[in-house]
Design a binder for this molecule. Structure first.
Ligand SMILES: C[S@@+](CC[C@H](N)C(=O)[O-])C[C@H]1O[C@@H](n2cnc3c(N)ncnc32)[C@H](O)[C@@H]1O
Length: 195
C-alpha cells in the first residue's frame, strides 16, 4: 500500500514490476490519480494492470475498512498534515497509519524538507531542523508506539532513484533539503500501537 500516493506513479510502477503483488495507492486527494488509474484500467497492451488499485483515504480517516490490510506500507515524500504526522509524530496519528498494516508488516517512509525550500510548511507544522538529535528523537517517537524502526538521513542521490513523481521533482529541483528514510516492522505480537 502506498499512502499519500499523489499521482500514483510509484504504485503503478511497483505493480508493473511485481505482477504477483496487489498494490493499492491511496491519497486524500483522488483527482491527481485519475490519469494513472485510467491507464491501469486499460487493456494490458495499453498499460493496463490487473494488480493496481487506486482509492481515497485521508490520514484522519485511516484505517477505515482497511485495518490490518497491508503487508507493506510506503509513504513517499509526503507534505502537509501527512508530512507532519511522520516527521513530527503524534502517537494517535502513527496508530492510524500503522494500523493499516498486518502484524509483522513492514513500512518505509521517505520525507524531506528544509527551512529555505519549505519555509511556510516548516513553520505551519513546527517541523524541527533535521540533525542527529532530531533523528534520534524521531526514532524514540516511533519506538514509543512499539514500532521497531531504523531512522537515517538519505542522500539526494538515493531520492533520485525512487520512481515517484515527487522524488524526481525534489531531487532534481535544485533546492537543498535534508531527507530522512525510516524503515521498520509492526510487531507480530501486538499489532495495535498504543493510542
Ligand atoms: C508531495 S506529494 C507526494 C506524492 C507521491 N508520494 C510522490 O512521491 O510523488 C504529497 C501527497 O501527500 C498527500 N497528503 C497530504 N496530507 C495527507 C493526508 N492527511 N492524508 C493522505 N494524504 C495526504 C497529498 O494529497 C499529496 O498527494
Amino acid at each position: 500500500m502506498d499512502f499519500g500516493a499523489g499521482d500514483g506513479t510509484y504504485a503503478y510502477r511497483l505493480a508493473k514490476a511485481r505482477p504477483d503483488t496487489l498494490v493499492l495507492a491511496t491519497d486524500a486527494n483522488l483527482d491527481a490519480m485519475a490519469e494513472i488509474s485510467q491507464r491501469a484500467s486499460a487493456k494490458p497492451r495499453k498499460g493496463g494492470l490487473t494488480n493496481a488499485f487506486f482509492g481515497r483515504i485521508a490520514l484522519d480517516e485511516s484505517p477505515g475498512d482497511l485495518e490490518h490490510f497491508a503487508d507493506s506500507l510506503s509513504v513517499i515524500l509526503p507534505w502537509g498534515t501527512l508530512l507532519a504526522a511522520v516527521a513530527h509524530p503524534k502517537a494517535s496519528l502513527l496508530a492510524r497509519l500503522f494500523s493499516l498494516l498486518k502484524p509483522g508488516g513492514t513500512f518505509e517512509i521517505l520525507f524531506g524538507y528544509s527551512e529555505c525550500a519549505d519555509g511556510v510548511m516548516v513553520k505551519n507544522h513546527r517541523l524541527s531542523p533535521i540533525d542527529d538529535t532530531q533523528l534520534r528523537a524521531l526514532e524514540r517517537s516511533y519506538r514509543d508506539v512499539a514500532l521497531s524502526v531504523k531512522v537515517r538521513q538519505a542522500s539526494n542521490y538515493e531520492v533520485r532513484l525512487v520512481p515517484s513523481t515527487w522524488a524526481k521533482k525534489l531531487s532534481y529541483g535544485g533546492k537543498t533539503r535534508t531527507f530522512v528514510r525510516i524503515t521498520g516492522v509492526v510487531p507480530v505480537s501486538s499489532c495495535e500501537t498504543k493510542k
